[in-house]
Design a protein around this ligand. Structure first.
Ligand SMILES: [Fe+2]
Length: 314
């Protein structure tokens, strides 16, 4: 109960109750499985085994595993309307889908990469999915996340949100690691008396717990706003709500892709152009990270993991 009281105080009894009921139902499905075969992809050893065998037969097992550590640094510029002058040139390190407890080298290479980016960004945002599994315990993911976040140092600190692999109870642990975690909340950065608003929703993909209106409730009308949302799936509502920049992940860019980065599975009900990289919907700009980690099995093909640095211009 010690974990729950601060959550209830912050998010309300009803919200915490609903999120945890969905988490419990999902965990029951994972443990109990569906139908007579009591099957669930996450408690099945068959599917990962089949995938591993398939990759091995295709001669791709070693390559797809090594690809998980072939981090690309993606750099983009985003022109934000009404961006206050003190924020022109603001650099945002964007990490997503770390799935920290399943990185083949336990994060050694990612840590070295992040150490090398010291001084290259002013703010770090994390768009969810810190854990590999979607149920069971989460302490291991937080323990493995800690050394990955240690090299991250910047004037505006780290701001994160939850993904569909993350339980609400992870919020205090994430905040103890220095990640201010927004759950349908917002905050503002301040420079020379000017403000840039960052809003963050809860997961829209599995828990459908995102509440964009609530996330933006404290944001003044027409103030420049960045929205962090785990999946691109809330893009329509965000565009109608006046969000300027929508940062997300979840899709892993497909993770296992055909040549030409063509995803076989996107795991998100969005147009293909929103599955990875920069996009726009009406006047709202967006960016979907391919993520730094992998889920299902530690394998990537034609879809390298990424760390992004976004620069804002006016
Ligand atoms: Fe996800």
């Amino acid at each position: 109960m010690d974990t729950l009281h601060p959550l209830i105080d912050r998010f309300g009894r009803e919200y915490v109750g609903r999120r945890m009921m969905l988490q419990a139902r999902h965990s029951a499905d994972v443990y109990g499985g569906y139908g007579r075969l009591r099957f669930h992809p996450e408690n099945s050893e068959l599917l990962p085994w089949l995938a591993r065998v398939g990759l091995k037969v295709a001669g791709l097992a070693g390559r797809t595993r090594r690809n998980c550590l072939d981090y690309h640094v993606e750099r983009r510029e985003f022109r934000i309307r009404n961006l206050p002058a003190p924020f022109h040139g603001l650099r945002i390190l964007h990490l997503s889908d770390i799935h920290s407890d399943a990185i083949p080298d336990r994060g050694e290479r990612l840590i070295r990469l992040l150490q090398g980016l010291h001084g290259a960004y002013d703010l770090c945002v994390l768009t969810g999915d810190y854990r590999f599994q979607t149920s069971r315990e989460y302490d291991t993911s937080l323990e493995r996340l800690a050394p990955l976040l240690k090299p991250i140092y910047c004037p505006f600190g780290m701001i994160g949100i939850l993904g569909n692999h993350d339980f609400l109870e992870m919020v205090p642990g994430l905040e103890a690691l220095g990640v201010r975690t927004l759950v349908n909340e917002s905050l503002h950065l301040e420079r020379d008396g000017q403000r840039l608003w960052i809003a963050g929703t809860d997961d829209p993909h599995f828990y459908a717990a995102h509440d964009i209106a609530r996330s933006l409730a404290d944001v003044p009308a027409s103030a420049p706003t960045i929205l962090l949302c785990h999946s691109p799936e809330a893009y329509q509502e965000a565009a109608l709500s006046g969000v300027d920049l929508y940062l997300c992940g979840h899709t892993h860019g497909g993770q296992l892709c055909l040549p030409g980065s063509l995803p076989l599975i996107t795991n998100a009900a969005v147009p293909r152009r929103l599955v990875s990289g920069p996009w726009n919907v009406d006047r709202m700009l967006g960016y979907t990270s391919r993520g730094a980690g992998a889920s299902g099995i530690p394998a990537r093909l034609n879809c390298p993991p990424e760390v992004a640095i976004h620069t804002l211009t006016g």
